[in-house]
Design a protein around this ligand. Structure first.
Ligand code: GLA
Length: 393
């Protein structure tokens, strides 16, 4: 990682000058609580040690100049008038933040930014949220703005919703900005109250298996699921007008109206109601140190995502099912929006190596394809890069 940071520093110095802030903005995992954030529910993500690094400084003009080191692409635009979306794609994550800051009453002036990182793109580890949060944090630092943590997450999410045009919930931006080393973060997506749960056992590893499947389908189907949840609420409101979101729905109440509902909408709602409950129970498991029970809930979450919410795919299902016969695995499930990306696996430290070997081998045997494996550590949220990470030049 040191090498990447040095490259970013060098690139910035060559292009824009010696003065800048260096920011680290992490990707995230989600232990449990999928597709619950936009239903006002609970999630249990954590920031991890894969991150986007940014060198950033204001330049005293109205021009923004960006350089994406991994793509070796540059971008430049004037921000004195309204900010236009770029056909280049990636600049929109930075421009969206500028646009949203302006709309929130912060006056952004021109700045330069070089960035790159090791959060795999499209793998469900929120590389886009990491980039948005990093730019936002960097600009706030440079301008001396005191933006409260919850506000930061809201601005970054809005940048993605309104400028990039992806209707995501708040989990990714919140976790990336507000993660804490050694802790998972239980977030109530209705009130945005949050609580840290210790997650730093030496005997445990979070292992991600990346199918390397990247589906276009993901964002359109994501929006379809959001609509289906809204439809479910509308139907259920006929019997209880106090229901504002699926968060308010009791399983018993939902089951009593199965006959009155479209079967697909019913399945979607049932998953969300149960998943919400699972997050709360999983946090109790963590409290008690009961990883066995925690892991079982991960498997239940996967089954719901596969069969009821229908956002999984064959590759993810095969990966999860292989783990059932492997030693030292507490739980596994698909992670993030779905239709590709990674599974998250809780594995006993002493079995991690054999886990990796066996899952690769069996996956290849069953599907003839390769996976990538990432071992992750639960890390701090977006911040200035620590001196210790900058050791040598
Ligand atoms: C994507 C979105 C999140 C969340 C997950 C599903 O990662 O960005 O807001 O909805 O999918 O849990």
């Amino acid at each position: 990682m040191e090498q990447l940071i040095q490259r970013i520093k060098q690139e910035f110095e060559d292009r824009f000058g010696e003065e800048y802030n260096l920011i680290k903005s992490p990707g995230r995992v989600n232990l449990i609580g999928e597709h619950t954030d936009y239903n006002d529910g609970f999630v249990l993500p954590a920031a991890v040690d894969k991150a986007i690094y940014l060198a950033i400084n204001v330049n005293g003009t109205n021009t923004c100049r960006f350089y994406a080191i991994d793509k070796e692409e540059e971008f430049e635009t004037d921000i004195s008038d309204s900010i236009e979306k770029s056909g280049q794609g990636w600049p929109n994550y930075l421009l969206g933040v500028v646009d949203q800051l302006n709309k929130s009453g912060y006056d952004v002036s021109g700045f330069d930014c070089v960035f790159g990182g090791n959060v795999p793109i499209g793998a469900g580890m929120s590389s886009s949220a990491a980039l948005e949060g990093g730019v936002l944090f960097g600009l706030a630092k440079l301008h001396g703005w005191e933006v409260p943590p919850v506000e930061m997450a809201k601005i970054a999410q809005k940048a993605e919703n309104e400028f990039v045009g992806v209707q995501c919930g708040i989990m990714d931006q919140f976790a990336s900005l507000n993660g804490k080393e050694g802790y998972a973060l239980k977030l109530d997506c209705r009130t945005l109250d949050y609580e840290y749960f210790p997650f730093n056992r030496d005997d445990l590893q979070i292992v991600l298996c990346d199918t390397q499947v990247r589906r276009e389908l993901a964002s359109s189907e994501y929006n379809v699921r959001r609509k289906q949840c809204e439809q479910g609420i509308e139907t259920l409101q006929q019997w209880d007008s106090d229901i504002a979101s699926l968060r308010d729905v009791e399983l018993r109440f939902l089951l009593s109206h199965e006959e009155d509902m479209d079967p697909i909408i019913f399945k979607r709602c049932k998953f969300v109601v149960e998943e919400n409950k699972r997050v709360v129970q999983a946090c109790e498991d963590l409290h008690k140190g009961d990883l066995k029970s925690f892991g079982q809930r991960m498997y239940q979450s996967h089954a719901g995502l596969q069969l009821e919410y229908e956002v999984s795919c064959e590759e993810l299902n095969v990966l999860v099912s292989i783990t059932r016969d492997l030693e030292g695995v507490f739980g596994a499930r698909m992670m993030g929006g779905g239709f590709g990306g990674c599974t998250i696996n809780l594995v006993q430290e002493e079995h991690v190596e054999s886990f990796a070997d066996q899952i690769k081998e069996q996956y290849h045997k069953q599907l003839g394809k390769e996976i990538k494996i990432y071992q992750t550590k639960v890390s701090a949220g977006t911040d200035l890069v620590k001196q210790s990470e900058l050791a040598s030049k």
